[in-house]
Design a protein around this ligand. Structure first.
Ligand SMILES: [Ca+2]
Ligand SMILES: [Ca+2]
Ligand SMILES: [Ca+2]
Ligand SMILES: [Ca+2]
Ligand SMILES: [Zn+2]
Length: 605
């Protein structure tokens, strides 16, 4: 029996090999559809508070010690760590020598999925390094700075305290919002004890709403309409504000809750003082959180791309925040359009928009500081849109919204209306959408939201400037006298120096340095319009240095020419440096060469 089996196996040996080979191939191809085997088993099917976010970020860095570093940038108002994850492969150079993408989230503390999205991006890149070729290549030539949560107090308090989906937005320094001399004296109050701050409804013979006959937890709007007897039909309930009482007896309810400074109005880009916009602070960077972020960013002039995550609405926003600053984008509009339009295709239900014209005016917003003051191509995504409820991208009807809430989410985002005795309003109904309603995706859709947005930023990062040297044109003008035209080309969308940077002289201009071999003299050098142009305005002062004020445009080339005297066959070293690209080193041989006449693949260096 045994013998028989073995001989059979022997006969089938080739078949077994084929089967094993097929299995191996199948495993390799199937990987793309699978979760990567993870060194740090992070899950994106739930939301984590700030304490857990810190612990998991540290664990992710510890699991990938070569690529990922956890650093603390400072402390929040309430003493929580402000932190960053730096992704860089030291084997391919220092982070500051590479173009970098800056990605943050949760500046508004209630906009919680922003942090999961940033953490997911870091996690996806480190877990797939060495497994997915496009990721490996991108990580090897770029750096990433991840700041998953830049409002730690806002986030932690959103989880710990009674909030609505809109509250715990700000930072947590005690602030006198209503200027009555007391701080934080009248916050929201959880009257029905559900842990959230909902809506209050009072009985009103001229009410705007009535309770639905199909579902008594639903308030339906009633449009006033004349009855046959001449009276006007109205509802019997009206809204009575957000859940709470007048704690300080000043006649207003919940007018001065905990904290309340808006760190997204505290950046030096068209900043305006408090009396123009509340929350702006005494001066830009006046809050510990904004100062910590600014100090970090100011040490990283290699940041070439930026992304900030907020919620909600399904938007890919670019600046400016006010129409007066439209001109700041005129030179780079094409770059923003090209990247943003791809984003619209990658993010179903999302639309590319301009902050001031499509949303509302913002003075001194973070994205404006990065884009307008530091001249970095930056977007703000407003994560999650109700259009994602419908799989066809249209806005849900109220019937669909209720079906979603009751039969897809099984009521998890809703507290039934209950009667509560209110000290000043009498009997009120309290309830409605809880803090999990409306602004964040349900857990089962979180991972998709994270992944698609991560993919968009990875695409954006892939378009950070990438400069290389093309073939050089070398002409012999006379015995021992050479004219050399060098091509520097950028095959990414983002220029090595944005139009905004060139215009405002932000940072250093790009530089081409020439290093002649012994016996060679560079007589003059300068930029030319095209490779075969005959006109040439040499810079006689510094022939070994050509400054490119406008850098190398996206998907385009610039040409630099120099005249040199020296023997045929001698070399001139060429170096290109820019703040936001990897430096390029090459050399040109002084021997006649015309790229137009060269065969395929011939490059004179
Ligand atoms: Ca007050
Ligand atoms: Ca409540
Ligand atoms: Ca009050
Ligand atoms: Ca109150
Ligand atoms: Zn926001």
């Amino acid at each position: 029996m045994m013998h028989q089996t073995i001989s059979r196996l022997r006969n089938f040996c080739p078949l077994i090999i084929i089967v094993i080979t097929t299995l191996a191939l199948t495993t390799a191809t199937v990987y793309g559809q699978d979760r990567p085997a993870s060194k740090s088993d992070l899950r994106f099917d739930h939301y984590r508070d700030h304490t857990t976010l810190v612990a998991e970020s540290k664990a992710l860095a510890a699991a990938h010690p070569t690529l990922l570093t956890y650093i603390e940038l400072g402390k929040s108002s309430e003493g929580r760590p402000m932190f960053a994850l730096i992704l860089n492969n030291p084997k391919t150079g220092r982070d500051t020598d590479k173009p970098a993408m800056y990605i943050d989230g949760n500046i508004h503390g209630n906009e919680i999925q922003a942090s999961e999205t940033v953490l997911y991006t870091a996690w996806y890149l480190v877990e797939n390094y060495g497994k997915l070729e496009p990721i490996t290549k991108l990580v090897d030539r770029s750096a990433f700075y991840f700041l998953p949560c830049i409002n730690p107090d806002g986030r932690q308090n959103w989880f710990d305290k009674q909030n609505s989906s809109h509250s715990s937005r700000t930072g947590y320094q005690p602030t006198d919002d209503d200027k009555d001399g007391a701080v934080d004296e009248d916050g929201p109050d959880d009257l029905d004890g559900d842990g959230s701050i909902g809506m209050m409804w009072r009985r009103d013979p001229n009410g705007t709403h009535k309770r639905s006959e199909l579902d008594p937890n639903d308030m339906e709007r009633v449009e006033p309409a004349p009855r046959a007897d001449g009276t006007i039909r109205r509802g019997d309930w009206s809204m009575a504000g957000s859940e709470g009482i007048d704690n300080d007896g000043d006649g207003q309810v919940n007018e001065d809750g905990p904290g309340s400074y808006d760190m997204n109005r505290n950046w030096p880009a068209g900043w305006n003082p408090e009396h123009v916009q509340g929350g702006a602070g005494d001066w830009p960077f006046s809050y510990p959180e904004t100062e910590a972020v600014a100090r970090f960013i100011m040490t990283k002039p290699n940041i070439a791309a930026g992304q900030a995550y907020h919620n909600a609405g399904g938007m890919i926003l670019r600046g400016p925040g006010v129409p007066q600053r439209d001109g700041a984008y005129s030179g780079d509009r094409g770059v923003y359009e090209s990247i943003g339009r791809v984003g619209e295709q990658m993010l179903p239900g999302y639309r590319l928009m301009v902050i001031h014209s499509d949303l509302y005016p913002v003075h001194g917003g973070f994205v404006n500081w990065l884009a307008e003051s530091l001249a970095v191509v930056t977007f703000t995504n407003e994560l999650w849109t109700e259009r994602r409820i419908m799989q066809n991208g249209s806005d849900p009807s109220s019937q669909m919204r209720n079906l979603w809430r009751d039969s897809v989410l099984f009521g998890q985002t809703e507290t039934p209306l209950t009667e509560v005795d209110h000290p000043t309003l009498g009997k009120v109904l309290v309830g409605g959408g809880n803090k999990w309603a409306s602004r964040i995706p349900p857990a089962f859709m979180l991972e998709e939201e994270c992944h698609r947005n991560a993919a968009f930023t990875i695409f954006h990062a892939g378009e950070m400037p990438r400069v290389s040297m093309g073939p050089s044109l070398v002409r012999k003008l006379a015995d021992g006298l050479w004219e050399v035209t060098i091509e520097l080309k950028n095959d990414a969308l983002i220029p090595s120096r944005t139009a905004r940077a060139a215009e405002m002289k932000v940072g250093f201009a790009d530089r081409v340095t020439l290093t002649p071999a012994k016996g060679v003299t560079v007589v003059s050098s300068g930029q030319v319009g095209r490779r075969y142009d005959r006109t040439f305005n040499p810079d006689r002062e510094t022939p070994l240095l050509v400054t490119l004020e406008s850098g190398v445009p996206g998907r385009d080339s610039v040409f630099v020419r120099f005249l040199a005297s020296g023997p045929e066959g001698a070399q001139v070293g060429v170096g290109f440096t820019a703040e936001k690209t990897i430096a390029v080193k090459g050399a040109v041989t002084l021997a006649p060469f015309d790229p137009a006449n060269a065969g395929a693949g011939a490059v004179a260096k």
